[in-house]
Every structure is written in structure tokens, then in C-alpha cells.
Write a protein that binds this ligand. Sequence first.
Ligand code: FE2
Length: 415
Amino acid sequence: MMRRYAGVRSHTLALTQPLSAEDQQVQSMPDVSPTKWHLAHVSWFFETFLLAPALPGYAPFHELYGFLFNSYYEAVGPRWSRPERGLLSRPSLDEVLAYRRHVDDAMARLIATVPADRWPDLEPLLELGLHHEQQHQELILMDIKHVLSLSPLSPAYTPPASVEAHPAETAAVQWLLFDGGLAEIGHDGAGFAFDNEGPRHRVWLEPFQLASRLSTCGEYLAFVQDGGYSRPELWLSEGWATVRREGWRLPFYWREDPDSEKGAGGLSLFTLHGERPIDPAEPVAHLSFYEADAFARWSGRRLPTEAEWEVAAAKAVSSVSGPAFHPRPAAPISGLQQTSGELWQWTASAYGPYPRYRPAEGAIGEYNGKFMSGQMVLRGGCVATPAGHARPTYRNFFPPAARWAFSGVRLADDA
Ligand SMILES: [Fe+2]
């Protein structure tokens, strides 16, 4: 267990290696947290839920860090305001790294000395702390992408690993048919899952079809060029109000540059590798739920429900290729692909409790349960999701207007 703990913790630090201390300080919008805050907050989680209650004689690193780095746990106490995390120039990055080492040393002592009769209580919390830190590994990449995108220098987080081959043509969509009937979804209790993934339960499905791959930039560009952002009949009412209020005309991170020769439609996009031409074959990314829904309507299709998505994905051959920082075009193969490892996929399902769901007692019960209103479910996993973190039952969720996550669209239809 110590090896696993050390592996997750060191991967977090590895993600920050391309970043300067200045990069790690910036909060570019209320939803984005500074990298430095993420580094401290994940350490606070271990300190609060494991070290303070279970390691005899544990002394917190600093008496106010609980106030600074508690994210949203009301039962734990008051906290610094989320939109003002970027104002915390102190503690410095060096002090936050010292805080991490303090927590790591204490966690090593805890894991080495915990009495056997306490392990059954602590092990699930340690497991939760590691999966929590992996969620923040993804958030670090999501958030720094937004931070860097605001610089006129369009800095790259990291250069591409190799020269990427652009396929000559986009792999055609196949429409895969799935039977209706009684099905089961949700986590069955074997291995780790977040509480919101269970209990496993029965659902009734009408026959449906699912696109074999994610929708592409080229397909989305056709929606844009057909006036997609100026036709209210394609949009949900709240979506249309958001388009008007925010002045949306393109996906997040797409850029118009009429003066230079760029990719499709004179457009480029910002990536973790810096700005580059749009590749019509790659999956369209950073859509809100409203945009995914409007695009589906324009396409004459719809978004899948989360139950449809899960039943289909549970049968898919895993399509995860190696790590990347930007979604890759679909392969010219048959069958369901890109179910994880490229982009989270919006579903038509509102985020709510499964039948017989009960949050845990105490502060840990605030982890997922209290967010079950006003958000939509995304399924899959993305390029920023750490290896081994996602599952077919995994329920990600964001407000319908959110666009800074690595979110895309897979179309569905009735059959
Ligand atoms: Fe957190």
C-alpha cells in the first residue's frame, strides 16, 4: 500500500514539473484552482481524514492550513473562499512542497504502524484519498490549460511526445445497434468505486443505437458553418440564453484568425501543446452540455443516456492507447471505440442518486452526494485522467454550461 501511495503522490508532482512557481500561483476564473492549491488540498485530505484521527501524536503542519485548503466540507469547518484561492501568495510553493513532505512522512508512519484492528476502517479512507488525488491530477491539467490559454504567448504545457501523424481521412461513423430490455448498471462492489456509482440496479432500455466513435472537429465545424450558434430552434432554452449572454460562437479554445493560413475554416485551437491548426479528424473537445445537445439535435440524433452508455461501454474492447495531453482521431477499426482515454462524453442524464443510494455518515458523505442537483453526467474518461482511474461505471458531473473540462460528444439514437 505504501508503494501505491508513493506512486500516486509522485505522479502529482511529476505533472507540475513543466510549470514554474508563477504558473502554479494563477487562478484564471472562479472554477479554476491554482496548481499550488491543488498540491496542498490533496495533502490536507490525508491530514484531515487519516492522520489527525488515526496517527497518535500527529501534529498538523500549520494550524491554519485546514482553513486554507478545505475545499467544501462543511462538517470539517470554515474555509477560504474558492474564487480567491489565487490571492494566496503565501504559503509559497516551497512551503506547500514542505507540507506535502510532512504529510508523506506521517503517512509512511501511519501505514507502517497502524494496528491490525484499525486497518479495516482506515484502508477505505486511504483508498479514497488516493482516488481523490487522482481526480485532482486531472483538475491540475484542466486548470492549467485554462491558465495558459489566457496568455497571449500561447505557451505549451509540454511539447508533443512525437510528430503526430494526421490520418488522411476521418474514420467513418458506424451506428452500433443495442437491444432493449432489462439491464443492470452501477458498481457491483468489487474493487474501488466512488459512492455515487452504486448501488448496482436494474434499468429498462428501449433498443438504441450508439455512434462507434466521438464526433469530430470536422463534423462540429459543419454545425458552426450551418449557423449552429445563431439558430435558437437547435438549443435548450437555458442553452440559448447562455449562448446569447456569453457570446458563444465556437467551442472553448477554438480561435479565429482570418489573417493567417490555419486549419479547417481558418481556425486554430489552444491545446496543452500550445496553439495549432484544427485537425478535422480529431474529436471535438471542451463543449458544454448545451453545445453537445444542440449539435446532436442539428445532427438529427440525440445524446445517450448514462444507462445506454454504460451498457454499451461494458461490452466494448478497451480502447485506451498510451498517455496523451490532447484527444486523438479515431482508429479505422470497427466496433465501439474511444470509450475512455480521449474525452469525457456528455449524457442526457441529470446527475442524481441511484435507487437506494445513501451517502456515508459524517464529512466523507459530502464527497459526492451533496452535488446531486443542477448537473449533468459525463461518462468515459479523458486524456488527462490518470491511467487506471476511470471505469465504465464512473459518473463524472459538471454544470451544463461548463466548458473547461475535457468534454466531447458521442451521438446516440433510437432504434
Ligand atoms: Fe478535492
